[in-house]
Design a protein around this ligand. Structure first.
Ligand code: FEO
Length: 404
């Protein structure tokens, strides 16, 4: 692949990661992910964000740099907007190739360079308002954006080209191939990246939604012509689109979420599924869109994305050994950790010889700020009256979502 020109002397480089490895060791990336880096050239040359040694990413970076006549040893400054190792894992090797490069990060970022990579020289800490003059009219400005995604995160702004280098903020899963800019992808491809940006947000960023809103506030007044994140598309035709999308995601936490219902279910021998079908019938009678995920068959990464965006949630699970169905307990725990707040929720399920999920369930959701409809449990196979009641609960949930 080659470097892409954003503007004169401003380039996007990227490594596509295509792997069965899990992102952060947790999240599947069946459609890959890109690690984007950027070059800004004045009289001095800066590289913004690095890669980890993952499916040949350093080699890709080296080749793309060579395509614009730059070697690693030509880099004067390495800006690390964020220290998570997907963007810094190769730092030790880079510094061996170019020991004179100065590393620039926030004060907290500098501490992480020391702790992760045992590098203690050639470090410069910057804060909001600080600048770096590259000569030839190129001045970089730094804006701290803590907790988007880690506490040390910052955004780099280059006003001459109007480019905002945002690292994780405004990023997405999904590899890019030979194109990087939003105007190079058709509407079907944009629909794909919208899904993968939501999943990326729900998996990686959602816990920090309040900080996303604060970071976006700090960008007011900038004449942004290009949003250049370190994962996913580079937005030059419609840079505000991804910013507005992220704001919408951030606000799902406290509403309004989408008027949709995410159904998460598990069933041991089909009785809970039979009851769920009656709930779905009720939801469909009210015409509310729904998505459905079976646990543990589907990875919680995908469950989380639909639960995060939907105003309503159905949790359908059998009682398992006096407690919750274990894969559902895990899904709820992930939703708690990722701040899937403010949902209207219906819990249903079959029990065998005795119930018992209720106590554990209520403790698990205590911090989630959910509005719970009356739950419905039944012994063994659902009776006709159980099914009628479940259908009514489906209608009730759907009406609550419509009126949210
Ligand atoms: Fe792409 Fe939080 O690292």
């Amino acid at each position: 692949m080659k470097a892409h020109t954003i503007s004169e002397s401003v380039y996007c480089l990227h490594a596509d990661i295509d792997t069965t490895d899990l992102f952060e060791g947790i999240w599947p990336i069946p459609y890959g992910v890109s690690l984007n880096s950027y070059v800004v050239k004045g009289e001095k040359t800066v590289l913004i964000d690095l890669v980890r040694d993952w499916t040949g990413a350093p080699k890709q970076l080296e080749e793309e740099l060579a395509g614009i006549g730059i070697a690693f040893s030509d880099i004067d400054y390495l800006i690390l907007n964020h220290l998570e190792p997907d963007h810094t894992g190769w730092l030790g090797e880079f510094m061996k190739l170019n020991p004179k490069a100065e590393i620039i990060a926030t004060a907290k970022g500098v501490e992480l360079v020391k702790s992760f990579y045992k590098i203690s020289e050639g470090l410069r800490a910057v804060k909001t308002g600080d600048t770096l003059d590259l000569g030839a009219g190129r001045i970089l400005h730094f804006i701290e954006a803590p907790n988007v995604h880690w506490p040390e995160t910052m955004i780099t702004w280059e006003p001459a080209s109007g480019t905002l280098f945002t690292c994780d903020a405004f990023g997405s899963f999904g590899k890019l191939g030979d194109r990087v800019f939003d105007d190079q992808f058709d509407s079907a491809e944009h629909a794909f990246f919208e899904k993968e940006s939501l999943r990326y947000y729900a998996n990686i960023v959602s816990s920090f939604s309040v900080f996303v809103e604060r970071a976006v506030k700090k960008l007011e007044g900038l004449a942004i012509k290009c949003v250049a994140p370190s994962h996913g598309l580079v937005w030059r035709r419609d840079p505000t689109k991804i910013i507005e999308r992220y704001l919408r995601y951030a606000r799902y936490m406290n509403g309004p979420a989408e008027k949709e219902i995410a159904i998460i279910w598990g069933s041991m021998y089909g009785n809970t599924r039979t009851g769920l079908d009656a709930v779905i019938k009720g939801i469909e009678e009210e015409g509310v869109p729904w998505s459905i995920h079976r646990v543990p068959n589907e990875d919680v990464s995908f469950v989380l994305a639909d639960a995060f965006k939907s105003a309503g949630v159905v949790l359908a699970m059998p009682t398992y050994e006096y407690a919750m169905f274990p894969p559902m307990a895990y899904a709820i725990d992930i939703m708690r950790r990722k701040h899937v707040h403010g949902k209207t929720v219906l819990r249903i399920g079959s029990w065998g010889w005795v119930g018992g999920a209720k106590k554990e369930y209520e403790a698990a959701i205590a911090d989630l700020k959910w509005t719970s409809l009356e739950s419905k449990e039944w012994a063994g196979a659902p009776s006709q009256s159980d099914l009628a009641e479940l259908e009514a609960r489906g209608r009730e949930l759907a009406r609550a979502v419509k009126n949210a």
